[in-house]
Design a binder for this molecule. Structure first.
Ligand SMILES: [Zn+2]
Length: 317
C-alpha cells in the first residue's frame, strides 16, 4: 500500500487529561516535559492534522508514530488509543514502553480504515517512581501515515480468447498495480460474437481519435458503469499492434490483440488512465513494446502513480 501522506505535530502541542495528577508540564521549543505525581496514571492527547480527502479520494489510516523518552522505567507508556473523531479505531494496551532516548515507536491501525473526522492519539502513562527524575516523560513529536487504496474496475469482453490467458494478464497487471495502491477488480466477463470487428481497424491509434469500427466496438458496454474500463479482446488490430487504448469520449476502454504479452493489458489500461509512452524498458509504459520489458514486473513511477490517482477512473475503495 502506498503511503500518500505522513502528517506530524510537534510534542509541545500535547494536551493533559488530568491536570491535577501531574506535578509539572514544561513546554519548550524542543519538547514537552511532563512530571507525573507518584502513583498516578494519566492520558495525554495529540490531535493530528488530517487530510481526509486527497484528489477526490478518501484516505485510509496506516499507523501512528510517537517520539518520546522516559526518565526511568517508572514512567511508562502503557496504552495507545487511536481515534477518528469520537470513534476508537485502534487500541494498544499493556505496552510498558520507556525508551531512554528519543526513538520512533510505530503503532498499527488494524484493517487500515478510511478516515473521516481527524486523528487523535491518546497516550496512557503510568508514573510509579518516587522522584521527579523517575516520573519524567518527554514528548517531542507525534505522527500518522495515511494511504490511498483505490480500485480500477475492468470488464472483459471477449471476441477472441488471447494466447496469454485472461487470468494471466490480470495477474500480471495486478503485479504492477497492487503494490502501489491500486486494486484491479474484474467486474464482469462477456463473450461478444462480432466477427466483423474481430480484426478491428484502429487507424493510427491516437488518443482522442477513433475509427468507425472502434466506435461500434466500444458501444458494447453492457453492465459497465460510467467510470469502468472495458477491455475488448480481439483477434488482431489493423494495423497490427498488441493493443490500442484509443477510445470514444465517455467510453473508456482498450483493445487487446490475441498475440499480446502478459503486460499488454496493464499497459493499455495505463493509457486509458492517462499515461503516455516512455523510452525505458524497465517501465510498464515503455513505447518499445511490452515484449521487450527487461526487469519484470515493470515499474510505474511516482508521477505516473499521481496521474492514475487523479484519474476519474480510479475509485474508492
Ligand atoms: Zn502504448
Amino acid at each position: 500500500m502506498a503511503i500518500t501522506q505522513a502528517m506530524w505535530i510537534h510534542g509541545n502541542s500535547i494536551k493533559v487529561e488530568y491536570g491535577d495528577r501531574i506535578k509539572s508540564i514544561w513546554r519548550a521549543g524542543f519538547y514537552a516535559r511532563i512530571v507525573g505525581k507518584p502513583g498516578t496514571t494519566n492520558w495525554f492527547h495529540f490531535s493530528i492534522p488530517t487530510t481526509v480527502i486527497v484528489s477526490d479520494k478518501r484516505q485510509m489510516i496506516d499507523s501512528v508514530m510517537l517520539r518520546f523518552k522516559s526518565g526511568s522505567n517508572k514512567a511508562r507508556v502503557t496504552n495507545i488509543d487511536i481515534y477518528d473523531g469520537e470513534w476508537l479505531i485502534a487500541s494498544h494496551s499493556n505496552l510498558g514502553l520507556n525508551p531512554a532516548g528519543f526513538g520512533l515507536e510505530r503503532f498499527n491501525v488494524p484493517g487500515k480504515p478510511e478516515i473521516f473526522w481527524g486523528v487523535g492519539i491518546s497516550i496512557g502513562v503510568s508514573f510509579t517512581g518516587t522522584t521527579d527524575a523517575q516520573n519524567t516523560i518527554e514528548f517531542s513529536a507525534a505522527g500518522c501515515d495515511f494511504s490511498l487504496f483505490e480500485s480500477v474496475r475492468l470488464h472483459f469482453k471477449v471476441l477472441t480468447t488471447p494466447t496469454v490467458s485472461l487470468d494471466q494478464m490480470l495477474a500480471s497487471m495486478r503485479e504492477v498495480y497492487e503494490p502501489i495502491g491500486f486494486r484491479v477488480v474484474r467486474m464482469s466477463d462477456e463473450t461478444l460474437n462480432l466477427p466483423s470487428l474481430n480484426t478491428v481497424d484502429v487507424g493510427s491509434c491516437v488518443r482522442g481519435s477513433t475509427t468507425a469500427e472502434q466506435n461500434t466496438l466500444f458501444g458494447n458496454r453492457n453492465n459497465v458503469g460510467a467510470n469502468d474500463i472495458v477491455v475488448y479482446f480481439v483477434e488482431a488490430t489493423n494495423p497490427p499492434y498488441n493493443g490500442c487504448a484509443a477510445h470514444p469520449n465517455g467510453q473508456p476502454g482498450a483493445v487487446v490483440a490475441s498475440g499480446a504479452t502478459r503486460w499488454t493489458m496493464g499497459h493499455e489500461v495505463g493509457h486509458v488512465l492517462g499515461l503516455s509512452h516512455v523510452s525505458n524498458n524497465d517501465r510498464l509504459m515503455t513505447g518499445n513494446g511490452t515484449s521487450n520489458i527487461t526487469n519484470p514486473p515493470p515499474d510505474l513511477i511516482s508521477s505516473e502513480i499521481t496521474t492514475i490517482r487523479n484519474s476519474t477512473l480510479t475509485v474508492n475503495p
